[in-house]
Design a protein. Sequence first.
Length: 391
Amino acid sequence: MKFPYRLPFVIDGKASCCDITKDNPDDVCAEHRILCQPALLISAKQSSVENKVDSLLSPTGDIRHSRLRDLGFDEDFNRFITELTAMCVKTGGEHIPTGGVITHKQTGRIEYKSPAFEDCYFSYLEKMALLKEGGAQYILLKNHKNLLHMRAGVLAAKTSKLPVFVVMEVDDEGKNEDDTDYIAALITLQALGAAAFGIYCKDGISAETALIKRAFPHAEIPLIAVIDSLADTEQQLQAVIENGASVLIDIADNIQKHKIVFLKSLPVRYSPDTLKDSYAAAADREVFFLSDSLTLSEPLYCSYGMADELIDLDDENINAIYIELTSADDASCLADNADMTKLPFVIHSNDATAIEAALRYFQGRLIIDTKCDIDEPKLLALAQKYGAILY
C-alpha cells in the first residue's frame, strides 16, 4: 500500500498507557489510571500536537487484557482509548492522523503451521476493527519479534483496508531474538503490502542509522527510525534522515519542538520512483538476491523426511530448490522445514489452493513457477496478494 502522508513524517511515540502515566506496569494498571483520569492522556497528546508532530499514536500497545478483565473491562478498551486520542488531533482547524498500535511480545521459535498463523491473523483482525472504529487511520505494528506475526499483521491490515507500518526490534547486527534478519523482513513485508518498515535498536540512534543505511538500497517503501528528540542531537537526527529514514517515531518523554521543526525541514532520500535492488526471495533468516537465471534442484516433495533432504541439497550445484506441492496440506510441511536450507524456494502445483496455502504460511517471499495448469490472471492475483515472485 502506498504511504499516505507527506515525508518526512514525525509520529508521537507514546504508544502505551505506561508511556503516558510513567507507571511500572508490574505495580500499577496504567490502563485503569487512564480510564479514571483521561485528562492524563489528553494532556500528553495535546502537548505532542503543540510540539509539531505529524501524527499521534493511540496508546494501545502492551495492554494487559487479563488484568483489565479482572477489573471489569474488555477489548472495547482499544476502541475507547483510540477515540480519546482522536479527540486530541484537531489543531488550528487541521486534523492530523491517529495511528492504532499493536505490539506482540512473543519470542522464541514457534511452529509455522496453519492454525498458529490463522489464530494470529484473526487476533490482529479483531484488534484492528476496534482501532478503526475508534478513529485509527493507520496501524503501527510496534517492536515485533518474529516474521509470522508481522506477516499476519500486514495481511490483517490489508483486509481491514488500513495502511500498516511495521517496526521490528533488532540488535546492532539487524537481528532480533528469533534471529530474524531485518532486511529479509523488509523484502518480505514491502512485497506483501506494508506502507512503511523500520527498526528499533536498543543500542541507540548511531547503530540504527547504520542499519538504515544498509537497508535503503533495497527499500521500495519509506523506512522508519525510532528517535528520542530529548537525547539525540540535531547532528544525529540529520544523519538518520540523510542515510534513508523518512518516518520518525519520537519516544522522548518530553518532545523537543525545535528538533521536530528541524527534522521536518530536511529533505528525504526516499522516492517511490527510484529503482531499488529488491528482486529477492526471502525466508525469515535469509535474503536471496536473484540472478537472471535459476539453477533448480530436482523436484522435491513435502514429506516426513523433508528436513534431511533440504540439508543435503545445500551441497548440490544449484541456487534454488524446486518444491512440488500436491495439496494444501503440503504448505505447513514446507513452512516448518524451510529453515533447514540457505537456498530460496520455487514452488509448483496445478492446484491453486495448494499455491495459496504455501504463500500464506511460508514466512518469507516465495517464487512461483508459472509453468502450471493455473490461469495466468489467477497466478498474478496470488502473487500480488502475497508478494511472491513469478518465474
